[in-house]
Design a protein around this ligand. Structure first.
Ligand code: GRF
Length: 214
């Protein structure tokens, strides 16, 4: 039987892509990665794809005259592919509304905060500025807003003993690398259901998304 197929969108280092790849090396992994898409030709994640024999597509946004030209090129590329899920793992471009509508409930995003707190950029600085006791990461379905889609799950940690931006970033990555493969596996196994505008995991409804404790 064909495995559940994922396309991963990246823009940079791709450490989260790596965590998804590492999971595929486990015999019971329910998904495979059929392509990596990057808007940045220099993204190290492309190297990770190549090392692991995963095909990739580069659409350098700087080489398009306008945002809409980039968007339609992206749409054309994706139309050619067969897949079950698109995972935005550090993809630093806003996805066009038509694209989101077309692939509704088929795109998820990884965000470095406990949403709905701190949508957008610079989440780690905000946690430091506000002296937050907790920080974390969230995976959500993508809708037309900025990090506003239905939350599937999140993971958090205490910031207490973490005293610098870099260590906060590192700790966030550490939990992201567990959270993202876990949620992708649950989706691939059909255990995440998005119906009537609500998300159910293993048949259970979680108002604020399920907390994953690692
Ligand atoms: C992650 O922190 C993710 O939450 C955010 O971008 C970062 C990507 O890191 N959206 P990497 O490229 O996967 O290392």
């Amino acid at each position: 039987m064909k495995k559940f197929q994922i396309i991963v969108f990246i823009s940079g280092n791709g450490s989260n892509l790596q965590s998804l790849i590492d999971k595929t090396k486990e015999s019971k992994c329910p998904y495979e990665i059929n392509c990596v898409v990057s808007n940045n030709p220099e993204a190290y994640g492309l190297e990770r794809a190549s090392i692991n024999n995963i095909s990739s597509v580069v659409l350098d946004h700087n080489s398009f005259k306008s945002r809409s030209e980039f968007d339609s090129a992206l749409e054309k590329e994706i139309e050619k592919m067969s897949f079950d899920l698109i995972v935005l793992a550090g993809f630093m471009r806003i996805i066009n509304k038509n694209f989101i509508k077309k692939y509704e409930k088929k795109i998820i995003n990884l965000h470095p905060s406990i949403l709905p707190k701190y949508p957008g950029l610079d989440t780690h600085s905000k946690v430091i500025e506000n002296k937050d006791k907790f920080h974390g990461a969230t995976v959500h379905f993508v809708d037309e807003g900025l990090d506003t889609g239905k939350i599937i799950g999140f993971s958090k940690f205490k910031t207490k003993e973490i005293n610098s931006y870099d260590s906060l970033l590192a700790k966030t990555h550490e939990i992201e690398h567990k959270l993202l493969p876990k949620i992708c596996s649950l989706i691939a196994l059909g255990k995440v259901i998005f119906k009537n505008e609500e998300v159910f995991i293993n048949g259970k409804f979680y108002k604020k998304g399920k907390e994953f404790i690692f």
